[in-house]
Ligand binder design. Structure first.
Ligand SMILES: [Zn+2]
Length: 639
C-alpha cells in the first residue's frame, strides 16, 4: 500500500460522517429490551422501573448511565438508584457493584434462563443535584428523564439497543413530549420502539396542570413546533397570546440562521414552570427540558430574564446534537467525554440564544445590549489571569458543580463556566469581524448555515466535528486567520476582556448606576450583585457567596462565606446594602460592615465611594450601530 493511498484512506476514515439516529426504515436491533416506568408515586418523589431483556449467558454487568449528553459530565445520579432486585426468569439472582466502575452491577445469569429482569426505584431528591439529577417531581409535576431509570447491559452501544417503553402517570395527569406514542391506555402511555440512545434523548413531561401550544403544526412550511408546558398551578399557564406569537417568531428566526434546514422530525420544548424543580435547560435533538420559575410566562420581567433559554436549547438541536464535538461522540454513557470544544457547543449557542430572543422580540435591542454587558462584567472576574478560557472548557466536568464560593476565581459566571458568557463576547466579535470584512454582505449566520444547516432536512443524525472544521468553514465565509483569532482568545491569561465585538459594533462597555436585570438573570430572590462596585455577590441572607480578590471588599477583609450582619450600623437586608452603596458616593467615611465569620464577629471597613455600578453598553459617537443591525429581525413574513 503506497503512502498516498494510505493517506487518502486515513482521510476517508477520519472525515466526519453523519450517523443516522432515527432510521427512515428501521432495521431490527441486535438487542431488544423493555422498560416500564411507574410514575404514579411521583408526588411521593419515587419512580418504579422494570427493565426486561433476553437473558445473556453467564457473566454480565448492568450499567446505570454515567456520562450524560448535554450535561457534559459524569452526572448520572447513581446514588438515587435504589431497591434493585434482579431476576433470571422468576428466580432472584445476586449482584455486586463493580469496585472501580461503580455504575456497573455485575451478576451471573444461570444457564438456560430466558429472561433477565431488573426491578428498581429512582428516588427523586428534593434538593441538590445538577441538571437531570435535580429535583424532578413534586405534587403536580414529573419530568421523566429516562436515563435516571435506565439500566442496560454494559458494553452494548445504546444505539444498538431497541427499547419498547411505557410510562404510567398519576391519575388525572396529562403528558407531553416528542417521543413517538404507540398507544394510550388510561393513564399508561406506550411508546413506539426506539433506540436506547434516542429514548434517553426524549424526556417526557407529566403534570396535572398542562397545556400544549402548537406554534406551527405538522404540515406547515417549517414543520411541527410545540411548547408542552406543565406548571405548579393553572394560574401559571394563563399567559398571553402575544407571548405565544413571539415564540412562533423564534422558530422562524432560528431556522433562518440555518438556512431553514432542521435536523428533527418535530420539535417540542418541554417547559416546566415551577419554583422547586430547578432553573436550567438541557438540550435534545427533538426537544429540550427547560425549567424556570412558576411565574415566568405570566410575568413580563421574569419572561425577559429567562428569554435566552428556549432559543438557546433550540439552537442546540443543530449545535451540540446534530453537529457535535468529536470528543463528545463517545458511543455510550460509559466513556468519558472531552469538553474542549464547549466554547463552540455552548459559547456560540449562548451568543445566539441571547441574540435570537432580541431578533424575535422577546427582549428589546436595549435589553439585549444589557445582557451582553452583563456577560462582559461576568468574564472580567479575576480567574481569567490564571485559567485560560480553554481550560474552563477542558475543566467543565467538575466546573459546573463546583460551589462554596470562589466562582470568580474559578471562572464561573452566574453559576456556569465562563465559556458561556465569554462565548457571547468572542462569537459577537467573530460576527462583527465577518460583517466588517465583507462590508455587511455576510455574517455569522452564513457560517451557521454552512456548518450546521447541511442536508438531510427533517431527519435525525449526529456528525462529529473538530476545531479545524470550524476554522475552515469560517474561512470559506471570509478569509482570515480564524485559528489565530480563536486560539489567542482561548489561551489568553490577561485581565483585559475581549471587547472587540462590542467596540467594533459601535459601543463602549461602561459602568453606570442604572440596574441591569441580566446581571442575575435567574435570581429574583433578593440577592445583591455588587461585582461592579465592591467586587462581591451577596445572598438574600447576607452571605457573601462570591468575593473577587483585588476588589474593594476582599481587599478590606470581606471574603467568601462570611455573612454580613449589619451595614453602617443597620441590620442587613438587600435594600440596606443597596442604599448604603448608593450613599457611598457622597459619604466621606468608609462603609462599615459587621460580619459573622463562622461564629466570630468582626468589623470590616471598606473605603469605597463609587456608588452603585452596573454594566451597560453606550453608543460610541460617530461609529456605525452594527450591533443594532445584528439584533434586527430577519424574518418579516410568516406570522
Ligand atoms: Zn447550552
Amino acid at each position: 500500500m503506497t503512502a498516498r493511498i494510505l493517506s487518502a484512506l486515513i482521510l476517508l476514515l477520519s472525515s466526519p460522517v453523519a450517523r443516522p439516529l432515527i432510521e427512515r426504515q428501521p432495521k431490527p436491533a441486535p438487542l431488544a429490551m423493555t422498560l416500564d416506568v411507574d410514575a404514579t408515586d411521583a408526588p411521593m418523589k419515587i419512580l418504579h422501573a422494570t427493565m426486561t431483556m433476553p437473558a445473556p449467558a453467564g457473566a454480565v454487568a448492568l450499567f446505570y448511565p454515567k456520562w450524560i449528553p448535554g450535561e457534559h459530565m459524569p452526572s448520572g445520579p447513581i446514588a438515587n438508584l435504589t431497591g434493585l432486585h434482579v431476576f433470571a426468569d422468576s428466580a432472584e439472582i445476586p449482584w455486586r457493584r463493580d469496585l472501580v466502575e461503580m455504575n456497573a452491577f455485575r451478576l451471573t445469569v444461570p444457564a438456560g434462563a430466558k429472561t433477565l429482569t431488573a426491578k428498581y426505584d429512582y428516588v427523586v431528591p428534593y434538593v441538590g443535584g445538577a441538571f437531570g439529577s435535580l429535583p424532578s417531581t413534586n405534587a403536580k409535576i414529573a419530568v421523566i428523564n429516562w436515563y435516571t431509570v435506565g439500566l442496560y447491559p454494559m458494553g452494548t452501544s445504546p444505539a444498538a439497543i431497541s427499547v419498547t417503553s411505557s410510562l404510567k402517570a398519576p391519575a388525572g395527569w396529562k403528558h407531553g413530549g416528542s417521543l413517538d406514542i404507540a398507544s394510550v391506555d388510561g393513564t399508561t402511555i406506550r411508546y413506539a420502539p426506539t433506540s436506547l440512545e434516542m429514548l434517553n434523548d426524549h424526556p417526557v413531561l407529566l403534570g396535572e396542570h398542562f397545556r400544549s401550544i402548537t406554534l406551527w403544526p405538522a404540515g406547515s412550511p417549517v414543520g411541527e413546533h410545540v411548547i408542552d408546558v406543565v406548571a405548579d398551578s393553572e394560574w401559571a399557564l394563563q399567559f398571553p397570546q402575544s407571548r405565544i406569537d413571539i415564540y412562533k417568531q423564534i422558530v422562524l428566526e432560528e431556522r433562518a440562521v440555518f438556512g431553514n434546514v432542521g435536523h428533527y422530525r418535530k420539535y417540542h420544548w418541554l417547559l416546566t414552570l415551577s419554583d422547586n424543580l430547578g432553573a436550567f435547560g438541557v438540550e435534545h435533538h427533538e426537544c429540550a427540558d427547560d425549567r424556570v420559575a412558576e411565574s415566568t410566562f405570566v410575568d413580563d420581567d421574569s419572561a425577559k430574564r429567562s428569554s435566552l433559554l428556549l432559543p438557546h436549547e433550540f439552537f442546540h438541536s443543530w449545535n451540540g446534537k446534530a453537529r457535535r464535538p468529536a470528543g463528545l461522540v463517545t458511543g455510550g454513557y460509559e466513556q468519558p467525554m472531552q469538553d474542549d470544544l464547549l466554547w463552540v457547543y455552548e459559547g456560540l449557542t449562548m451568543y445566539y440564544g441571547e441574540l435570537l430572543a432580541a431578533r424575535a422580540g422577546l427582549i428589546s435591542k436595549e435589553e439585549w445590549l444589557d445582557e451582553v454587558a452583563a456577560d462582559a462584567m461576568g468574564v472580567s472576574a479575576p480567574g481569567r489571569t490564571w485559567r485560560p478560557l480553554q481550560d474552563a472548557a477542558d475543566s467543565a466536568p467538575f466546573l459546573y458543580t463546583a460551589g462554596g464560593g470562589w466562582s470568580g476565581v474559578r471562572r464561573q459566571v452566574s453559576g456556569l463556566p465562563s465559556f458561556y458568557a465569554e462565548g457571547t463576547l468572542i462569537w459577537l466579535e467573530a460576527d462583527v469581524t465577518i460583517r466588517r470584512l465583507t462590508n455587511g454582505r455576510k455574517s455569522l449566520d452564513d457560517f451557521c448555515a454552512l456548518f450546521f444547516g447541511q442536508n438531510d432536512n427533517g431527519t435525525v443524525w449526529v456528525k462529529p466535528y473538530d476545531a479545524d472544521e470550524v476554522y475552515r468553514t469560517l474561512n470559506s465565509v471570509v478569509a482570515a486567520d480564524w485559528r489565530k483569532f480563536f486560539t489567542d482568545r482561548l489561551q489568553s491569561k490577561t485581565a483585559s476582556i475581549p471587547l472587540g465585538g462590542i467596540e467594533g459594533g459601535g459601543y463602549t462597555f461602561v459602568y453606570a448606576t442604572a440596574s441591569n436585570m441580566f446581571t442575575d438573570p435567574w435570581a429574583l430572590d433578593g440577592s445583591v450583585n455588587a461585582y461592579g462596585s465592591l467586587g462581591i455577590h451577596v445572598g438574600a441572607d447576607g452571605t457573601v457567596d462570591d468575593a473577587w480578590p483585588g476588589r474593594p471588599a476582599f481587599a478590606a477583609g470581606l471574603g467568601n462565606g462570611m455573612k454580613i450582619v449589619a451595614v453602617n450600623g443597620r441590620r442587613f437586608s438587600s435594600d440596606v446594602l443597596l442604599r448604603a452603596l448608593e450613599a457611598s458616593k457622597t459619604s466621606t467615611t468608609p462603609m462599615e460592615f459587621i460580619v459573622d465569620n463562622a461564629s466570630y464577629f468582626t468589623t470590616v471597613r471598606i473605603d469605597y465611594h463609587g456608588g452603585l455600578r452596573y454594566p451597560h453598553l453606550e453608543r460610541t459617537p460617530g461609529n456605525e450601530d452594527l450591533l443594532g443591525a445584528i439584533a434586527s429581525r430577519r424574518v418579516t413574513t410568516g406570522r
